[in-house]
Design a protein around this ligand. Structure first.
Ligand code: NAP
Ligand code: HSE
Length: 435
């Protein structure tokens, strides 16, 4: 009965935001209208597009749909409200109001989901509406639905992802050109890859929000951006990259979420790391994103594609709109948030990592023994050492086996206080290289 009713009247869609993503969403919905109707089993009707300034020219967008009354449009009781304004407010209040008026929600807003996901999920569940956000992590890449649905029968143990296109573009350029961060950042800004204020990307805030969302879905636990250990990539130098390259590694800004060894906790972290050039994530270059998932039964699975841009992001948004629209027609909703496992979020000190260290040391007898003794004192096993002489000093490159991060940090602190160690030139975590 419900289906017949809906098929005779279009499903209404209100779009909040008409910028990079919003304009592309409006275009995709209007260009694919007939196909979408066939796939959904009912027609979609865009009822309005809320923007800050309706007088701004927006090529390809039907200007008669523009409104500056976002609150009114959000509360209009549309079947589906799409939020692509971004940020916490007014997006949060608008979504709350839309849910209260019975609308299903599709959003691309990682910052909001990573801060208030549990609250919004609760509201959506109580109201019996959908809350979808495939575009919030890794733009066009179908990733959240596979994690939520396709891998729901498996046990995910680790996620390793390049989820920020801006920083991947910068690090790829630094690797190829041997240039320093500031030079490449300027180039990335000129090309439109990096924002005028790049802080959210280069300091890892954007990746941390995405890591929190991924961790929540993979480990059935509420994880917020504040739970994520975060280090940006602004301190990575051309020398670090050259040293990594000479050893067969690339440096990537990684978002990592993993189960602890006792299966009772999760650790979520964002930081630059060296990965072997042979690792599948090493060949993810420029502004592309990729997420590598390890699960008990599936083994290793990788998702790859465009993580940003109007049209790629609109693909995920409109995919969510189709899912929500199908549910409206059948009078159903998709799965609610699954946070039953309620795992403890553990500190970075418990993460099991290996390190690369580049030390400038005195080239004297007993120095190597003293240095290896410092590693032994903290129960950190050395995997490989390379020494090159430079006058009365030597450069020492050390790769460790995996150990808890707290022990590795204590080792580095000990080394920094040793007389024979003249300078700690570089310290970086190594991922994807085995134990
Ligand atoms: P954007 O280009 O800055 O667009 C934001 C839109 O929201 C603009 O149309 C703006 O209006 C409107 N807006 C801002 N404040 C408003 C308010 N108070 N009331 C009504 N409208 C308001 O941003 P975007 O790049 O499309 O990003 C939108 C969302 O998608 C964000 O959550 C972002 O994280 C996410 N996302 C973006 C990408 C990407 O590649 N861009 C990829 C994945 C996810 P005006 O046009 O009048 O200024
Ligand atoms: N600033 C983000 C990036 C956009 O560079 O990947 C997509 O979230």
């Amino acid at each position: 009965i419900n289906k017949e009713k809906k098929m005779s009247s279009p499903l209404t869609v209100a779009l909040l935001g008409g910028g990079t993503v919003g304009a592309a969403v409006a275009q995709l919905i209007s260009e694919s209208s007939d196909d979408l109707t066939a796939r959904i089993g009912g027609e979609l009707k865009l009822t309005g597009i809320a923007v800050r300034d309706a007088s701004k020219p927006r090529p390809g967008v039907d200007s008669s749909l523009l409104t500056e009354d976002a609150a009114g449009l959000a509360a209009s009781g549309a079947d589906i409200v799409i939020e692509v304004i971004g940020g916490i407010e007014p997006a949060k209040t608008l979504i709350e109001s839309a849910i209260a008026n019975g609308s299903s929600i599709v959003t691309a807003n990682k910052a909001l989901l990573a801060a208030h996901g549990a609250h919004l999920h609760k509201l959506a569940e109580e109201a019996g509406v959908d809350l979808y956000y495939e575009a919030a992590v890794a733009g066009a890449i179908p990733l959240l639905r596979p994690l939520r649905e396709s891998l729901a029968g498996d046990k995910v143990t680790k996620i390793l992802g390049i989820v920020n296109g801006t920083t991947n573009f910068i690090l790829s350029k630094m690797y190829n050109d041997g240039a320093d961060y500031s030079v490449v950042l300027k180039e990335a800004q000129d090309l439109g890859y990096a924002e005028a204020d790049p802080t959210a990307d280069v300091e890892g805030f954007d990746s941390a929000a995405k890591a929190a969302i991924l961790a929540g879905l993979a480990f059935h636990t509420n994880v917020t951006a504040d739970d994520v250990y975060r280090e940006g990539m602004t301190k990575v130098t051309a020398d670090d990259i050259a040293a990594a390259k000479s050893l067969g590694y690339v440096i990537k800004l990684l978002a990592i979420a993993e189960l602890t060894q006792d299966d009772k906790g999760v650790i979520v972290r964002v930081h630059p790391a060296m990965i072997p050039v042979t690792h599948p994530l090493a060949s993810v270059r420029d502004a592309f994103n990729a997420v590598f998932v390890e699960a008990d039964a599936a083994g290793q699975v990788m998702f790859y594609g465009r993580g940003a841009g109007g049209a790629p992001t609109a693909s995920s948004v409109v995919g969510d709109v189709v899912a929500a629209a199908r549910h409206r027609i059948t009078g159903s909703v998709g799965p609610a948030q699954s946070i039953y496992a309620d795992l403890e979020v553990r500190p970075i000190g418990e993460a099991i990592t290996s390190y690369y260290l580049n030390l400038k040391v005195a080239d004297e007898s007993g120095v190597l023994a003293a240095i290896s003794n410092e590693f032994a004192k903290h129960d950190v096993s050395i995997q490989a050492v390379r020494q090159d002489g430079e006058g009365d000093a030597a450069s020492l490159i050390i790769r460790t086996h995996q150990a808890p991060e707290s022990r590795l940090r204590a080792t580095v602190e000990g080394l920094e206080n040793m007389k024979a160690v003249r300078e700690v030139l570089g310290v970086m975590r190594v991922e994807g290289a085995g134990a």
